[in-house]
Design a protein around this ligand. Sequence first.
Ligand SMILES: Nc1ncnc2c1ncn2[C@@H]1O[C@H](COP(=O)(O)OP(=O)(O)OP(=O)(O)O)[C@@H](O)[C@H]1O
Ligand SMILES: [Mg+2]
Length: 507
Amino acid sequence: MAKAVGIDLGTTYTAVSIVDDYGKPVILKNADGQVTTPSVVFFDPPNYTVGETALQSTITDPERVVQFIKRFMGQSGYRVQIDGKEYSPEFVSALILRKVVKDAEMELGDEIDQAVITVPAYFTEQQRHSTLEAGELAGLKVLRIISEPTAAALSYGIQRRANNKKILVYDLGGGTFDVTILQCLENDFNVLSVGGDHRLGGKDFDDRIVGFVEDRIKANHGVDISGDIELAAELRLKSEAAKRQLTGRQSVPVSLKVPDQANPGRSIPVKIEISREAFEEVASDLMARTEMLLESVLAKADLEWSDIDELLCVGGSSRMPMVGAMLNRLSNKKPLLHDPDECVAKGAALQAAIMVGEEGTRPEITVGHVLSHSLGVAVMSNGRPIIDHILPSLTRLPATERREGYTTTTDNQSVVQIRIYEGESDDPASYGKGPIGVFNLDTTPVRPKGQPKLAVEFRCDEDGRITALAKDSDTGKENFLTISLAGQRSEFEISDESQLMSEAMVS
Ligand SMILES: Nc1ncnc2c1ncn2[C@@H]1O[C@H](COP(=O)(O)OP(=O)(O)OP(=O)(O)O)[C@@H](O)[C@H]1O
Ligand SMILES: [Mg+2]
């Protein structure tokens, strides 16, 4: 029988897990025997190479390699260009999923056709939807999209039986930073607060080392290497390796061969030493950003550090000693570095087992999925449009909320436009992308302004699918809109990319 897995589709690394016959989540290794696969794709259509080989190709063929695609998920209009052809972030992600699932099938000796895929807690419904489309394009039935910190806590809680505790999950991955506070009751998880920055992660720390080395090369050798694509790619790989080593060592060298200005065509070997102290210095503002976000997530939930029972660090970048030191200074507690590379995928596997697992291996636990961003409608207030939030963020799903008291703003108005916004600001002008949905309510027969009694209701199911309903209470007329989040790719692109995917050879 085909199996269901959990997939942590990371900015830099992707991992697959399955719940075994004993109810325990285990990682399915890739063809190289590794627990994680670099989320990097080398394009040579119809051949696509994903993983370590693709990562190494950034040095020789940078213009055919795509990485960090997760940062662009759900970003409208963003396309990767290779040899004059455009590819959507969904397509690139689907290639990564195809590869990791194929490898996992080999390891498992069975077919995989369903998956729970994780996303940062901070992802909008649109970004979640793009991830879902990527899964479907890869040929998977996507059981659910769940938040990474929730998955991490699920795996942690089941393994340690965390009971009635408030857990703060600090997830600093390769490309995103997420903070979540969860309340873990006996068989239930509740999200109390979330925050983060989906453009802050290990990559930014790598870039700081890159900048440090470039500056030193300029200062010591008078050579500017920033414009050299191949050298830049090599330096980026070496900087990431140096960063990892600095987790265990006090100082490491970065060696490169740079062009010799005095003898064109020749190169000179350079060796730049970077100490942990110097690294922490050039990355201090990044740490300060995570600190600020931590404080705001606590404040949002009205909590103090002393209310937090456990600090759980996940994501590969949490290994950097400066993370533990900062958390310890802030909280006076010892943060736990729990299975940082695997726990998100394992939590996703547990969620998959909760949904389709067989009797006996099915975990006896429920997970409170919450709305990631507030939902509201635009209304006029003192002659100015503002957003009236109807379903606040963190509302546990499924949820229904109805609000009465809306009306028309001009005499004899025959129609009212309902504009739906996703986000926290109450100023419609601050939403760059505008409303996520618009529909009309017929308010005939026409009446003087202020007379019709209108109501708006939001329904959101556990998968984040949003339906908005509007009703004229006097006439009984109503209309509704189920927000379609499929609008990122055109019909043409969808069919073109499905065709490309069916011809794709992914290795
Ligand atoms: N020993 C280490 N010291 C410092 N950083 C490390 C270490 N090991 C891994 N990393 C960093 O962790 C990051 C990868 O972490 P992880 O696999 O959790 O991220 P991801 O899941 O790909 O990204 P995201 O969750 O942001 O989408 C990389 O930036 C990597 O350089
Ligand atoms: Mg991750």
